[in-house]
Write a protein of this length. Sequence first.
Length: 260
Amino acid sequence: MTSVNWTDSMLELAGVKVHLSRAGSGKKILVLHHDFGAPDRLPFYDELAQSFEVLVPHHPGWGRSVDRPAWLRSPRDIAAIYAWLLADLGITDASVVGLGFGGWIAAEMASQAPNAYHRLILVGAMGIKPAEGFIADQALVSYIDYAKLGFHDPAAFTRVFGDVTTDQLEQWDICREMSFRTAWKPYMYSQTLPHLLGGVRIPALVVWGDDDKIVPHCVQDQYAAALRSARTETVKNSGHCVDMEQPAVLAGLVASFVNK
């Protein structure tokens, strides 16, 4: 894999400064990260940037998007901000990849604008109440234990996060506060989204790790049933964080789907 040159910028949207990383060229892919954030540079991003122009924003209040607007109260609000971001950049044909909590935001974007995007890829997406079981409640465990819960193989967690620093714990604390602010009652799902997904006209790919301990696997089928045109893929030897644990496999699935 050749090296990737990433550029970073800050955009002001809805009175909030949003951090954006960008690399590659070709078809545009917007990648939306997990509820506990993501490291700035991940192999998954680099894999995609070999063939596409990849845009990775930090949700408002998460990571390097440090502004924490008091009015921000729903993933639907964040979805509207990202639609604004793409409009300001003059991008009209992006595919959207949503990871976990970012998958919920991506699904909201598609429900608000059924024809606006090229492809929708949801990976372990929150946003729908599981028909069986529950979405793991991060309030019941430590910050580090919640992050570890996202992995099938503990070695994969170590590969991504290494020896967890105090700064990383502080970042997870901030992410948790923003998650609770935007997705607390009901916790990590929308009562309206399932009813709106039927309007989405673009093809969707719904991906799950075979050992997702955060979002029950039944939600994959629920998303596929709610969307008009969706197919599913399950990634072996992966937990909730498929992008971090099996980056090459996920990038291959995304690339194949986007290029259809």
